[in-house]
Design a protein around this ligand. Sequence first.
Ligand SMILES: *[C@@H]1O[C@H](CO)[C@@H](O)[C@H](O)[C@H]1NC(C)=O
Ligand SMILES: *[C@@H]1O[C@H](CO)[C@@H](O)[C@H](O)[C@H]1NC(C)=O
Ligand SMILES: *[C@@H]1O[C@H](CO)[C@@H](O)[C@H](O)[C@H]1NC(C)=O
Ligand SMILES: *[C@@H]1O[C@H](CO)[C@@H](O)[C@H](O)[C@H]1NC(C)=O
Ligand SMILES: *[C@@H]1O[C@H](CO)[C@@H](O)[C@H](O)[C@H]1NC(C)=O
Ligand SMILES: *[C@@H]1O[C@H](CO)[C@@H](O)[C@H](O)[C@H]1NC(C)=O
Ligand SMILES: *[C@@H]1O[C@H](CO)[C@@H](O)[C@H](O)[C@H]1NC(C)=O
Ligand SMILES: *[C@@H]1O[C@H](CO)[C@@H](O)[C@H](O)[C@H]1NC(C)=O
Ligand SMILES: *[C@@H]1O[C@H](CO)[C@@H](O)[C@H](O)[C@H]1NC(C)=O
Length: 476
Amino acid sequence: MDSDKSILGTAIRPTWPSLLLLFTIMLVLSYQISTMTGLPRWAGSVRGGGSETGSVEPWSCSGDAPRRKVVMSITDFGGVGDGTKSNTEAFRKAVQYMQQQRFGERGGSQLNVPRGRWLTGSFNLTSNFTLFLQQGAVILGSQDPKEWPVIEPLPSYGRGRERLGGRHISLIHGDGLTDVVITGHNGTIDGQGNMWWELWWNRTLQYTRGHLLELMNSNNILISNLTFLNSPFWTIHPVYCSNVVIKDMTILAPLNAPNTDGIDADSCTNVCIEDCYIESGDDLIAVKSGWDHYGIKMARPSSNIIVRRVSGTTPTCSGVGIGSEMSGGISNVTIEDLHVWNSAAGVRIKSDKGRGGYIENVTISNIRMERVKTPIKFSRGANDHPDKGWDPKAVPKVKGIFIRNVVSLNSTKAPVLKGVEGASYEGICLKNVTVLGLVASAAWQCEFVSGFANDVFPAPCPQLQDMSSFDWCQQH
Ligand SMILES: *[C@@H]1O[C@H](CO)[C@@H](O)[C@H](O)[C@H]1NC(C)=O
Ligand SMILES: *[C@@H]1O[C@H](CO)[C@@H](O)[C@H](O)[C@H]1NC(C)=O
Ligand SMILES: *[C@@H]1O[C@H](CO)[C@@H](O)[C@H](O)[C@H]1NC(C)=O
Ligand SMILES: *[C@@H]1O[C@H](CO)[C@@H](O)[C@H](O)[C@H]1NC(C)=O
Ligand SMILES: *[C@@H]1O[C@H](CO)[C@@H](O)[C@H](O)[C@H]1NC(C)=O
Ligand SMILES: *[C@@H]1O[C@H](CO)[C@@H](O)[C@H](O)[C@H]1NC(C)=O
Ligand SMILES: *[C@@H]1O[C@H](CO)[C@@H](O)[C@H](O)[C@H]1NC(C)=O
Ligand SMILES: *[C@@H]1O[C@H](CO)[C@@H](O)[C@H](O)[C@H]1NC(C)=O
Ligand SMILES: *[C@@H]1O[C@H](CO)[C@@H](O)[C@H](O)[C@H]1NC(C)=O
């Protein structure tokens, strides 16, 4: 400070108005610099490639699929693409053959699915492997629940998400793999989920529904250039994975299909989701990390997640949802260039008592919304716990949520920011957020949150005019 003063003293006459002007210019400049930096530094590890160890080969959001030495077709294994014959055995045999021949260690393998309608039950993938759906190829999910066998629940959930005990396996599944690519010339994977939604609606579902695609404990995953339809449950579920790229995907389910989330990154690190169009009956994108005491015990966070250029609609849920299962912690999430319309919420942060965990360093920017009921929403759950073992003292810790450059047209509600009683939700920073279409009396609803809002319309709640948050919000 002393040296600053002397420089000022010799350069200009330090009158109070000139000091004030200088201070203002510095503030404006530092704000511009902080908003111009764009992606945080860690984004480089996803783009430039590799995990923290740096030992894996480059894996970027824009990277191409690797070439495989052995390329075979599902027809080589007796597959018939007539829409009626079951190909369960053909797919299982194909993957088993590639494993037994150790193609994974010898330049990798690719299984092509040609034009046609290929009915199948669940099958597993293998490492150093590409599943390639040629133009006009459609994989159809079996309508026999026995072809979706029940497997163990995830340790971070302790039970199936919607029913006690195990859960139906996903249609396409992988566990403990490295280097898996699922791509093609916009072929389709159709889960034909209606049967499962009916079981849910008529309350006869015995075990939790399966995903369309689930990869567990796997690294270096690319899912691109395909259309996924009618998942029974969450559509794409990477869990306990790292280095995951999901891009150029179309994901569709009827707007009333229950729990048909588009993509759920769950206890995963280094995930990049970009250029996807999603229409479904639940969150377009969700970031999760386990459920209450099971998630706390497993402590597998989701971190370094990028979501960009995603658009779509979900009438009862949100464009991007963080939580509500977040007990292993969630940090370093960047969401940008999101376009959401005719939806219940744009961006939603969900947690509750019993969850524990944390949500830290989340940047949300350049969000466009039309006819979204509540554009920005923090909420707590409705007594949604795995069992009686949850700890009411385990509350989430939320810190550093930056929301800027948001325009919402024809909304019905001003932002709703409801934290959890007894939990800390601090450093909630909003800047340049405009919510239009509201009745004149519409006001922000805030509870148990603190932070600073600047250049927002309508005027923010008092909890977001906390001067002690001002510097912190400016600096981050
Ligand atoms: C996958 O390929 C890499 C080399 O590219 C090899 O080191 C590794 O053993 C392979 N993994 C499997 C399971 O085949
Ligand atoms: C697929 O893998 C799961 C475990 O990840 C296993 O329970 C199941 O039996 C496997 N299915 C086949 C057909 O190999
Ligand atoms: C993606 O699909 C389109 C349309 O079928 C095709 O032209 C293009 O080559 C595909 N891109 C990749 C990377 O496979
Ligand atoms: C892929 O197919 C879907 C469904 O037919 C279509 O909506 C989408 O535009 C196609 N994507 C590309 C890149 O052609
Ligand atoms: C519930 O839905 C399933 C699947 O469509 C159907 O097989 C079953 O008969 C239905 N049960 C009742 C009680 O409606
Ligand atoms: C999140 O990013 C910061 C730097 O921006 C880094 O220091 C921190 O280690 C990251 N957290 C995780 C869990 O990777
Ligand atoms: C959040 O970011 C700060 C500053 O970059 C970093 O020190 C901290 O480790 C990050 N938190 C997590 C949980 O990654
Ligand atoms: C405010 O946000 C809107 C919407 O993203 C953007 O077009 C505009 O340039 C932003 N204004 C400033 C001053 O950053
Ligand atoms: C918003 O609502 C007005 C009045 O109903 C309508 O004229 C306008 O087209 C709507 N705009 C959008 C983007 O929905």
